[in-house]
Design a protein around this ligand. Sequence first.
Ligand code: GLU
Length: 451
Amino acid sequence: MAVSDHVDLPTFMEGVNKRNPHQPEFVQAVQEVAEDIFSFIEDKEEYHAQQILRRIAEPDRVVSFRVCWEDDNGNVRVQRGWRVQNNNAIGPYKGGLRFHPSVNESVLKFLAFEQTFKNALTGLPMGGGKGGSNFNPKGKSVREIMRFCQSFMTELYRHIGADVDVPAGDIGVGAREIGFMFGQYKRITGHFTGVLTGKGLEYGGSLIRPEATGYGAVYFLANMLRERGQDLQGKTVVVSGSGNVATHAAEKVVQLGGKVVTLSDSGGFIHDPDGITLEKIQWVKQHKTHRRGRIEDYVAEYTGATYHEGKTPWGVPCDVALPCATQNELLGEDAKLLVKNGCIAVSEGANMPTDLAGVHVFKAARILYAPGKAANAGGVAVSGLEMSQNSERRAWKESELQQMLLDIMEGIHNSCLTYGRQPDGHIDYVKGANIAGFKKVADAMLAFGVV
Ligand code: GLU
């Protein structure tokens, strides 16, 4: 008789812990998923016998490499680069590249694991991957960034391909970095293919890709509110972050009638009780991305706003919170404070911004809580549409893409309803997203046998 994988959750997690020492973010992401999957597969023998969860929680491969580059003073600099290819059961590996000093193997493994479920939820044929480097773009000249991107791609190119693995942007990697990397890929291989997404419109990029993650997170929020017979009109919204995701999420909230009162960066947050209007958001976009400024400069520009150094915005009373900065930016205590102050909905624009304690607080309080793998899937979804357009060698119209993004976010919401509805009618979106994402990948893996 075959040895079955009928271990309980603590024993399973003990094994994950043991096999991944000093990788707390990865273990946290697996734990969050395993909590729901264990109850789902309880009576499903095949998933046990085939060790499906164990296999999804073991990346197909982790490629690690040295990246050397020269700074503007002629000093040789050495960084580490990675590509984590987690699972390609339902399509080529797909996921962003992050350039940030906090990047390490644990962070990229958690992101690649999450990406596997997120990509499955979009309904598009994409597996899960993630990559990046501990390179810090802050304070670097454009020429230094170009040299770093070229050096990074000089190794990465051999591991990726339009039908193999399609990276994109993430924190520290935007259209400019994608341009440098695509240029280097093309230079090395001579191939003009859809090997990266988030490209410029002139060379195969897709309309609405920059807006898609933030807009999608707000569309998901609107779907959750609609389920309760509500909308965003007049709601006070606290947003963290001030990058691509945060500013586009804020923009969509304002367009749908909500009032955004905070934005933040690694230095602190600004609180603008008058509301951060579309014009003010435009200023933030210019200031943060083009001038590479700090969010604290907002208070000199707009009177009535205050800056709170070294703090996160979760203590500001609100109806809705949108964490759009980075992992573990919202802790258990913050979650309690939000709930106490009357917050009714949280939609995660960032990946795993809420720590495990916070997730448990939101679940217990039975508020509308959308985990990143569901709420922020709009970005990678439009990346998937960019891949389709590249394969077709044509570009779709903005109105078509807008509609597709709306439909995809509604589809993800429906999947969450299917698997997350509790006996009393409450929707557990974490459970819904975890099970829906898992089931698609798991069923494909069952079809392949033991590989
Ligand atoms: N980095 C984004 C994410 O976390 C987008 C990935 C992509 O477009 O491939 O989903």
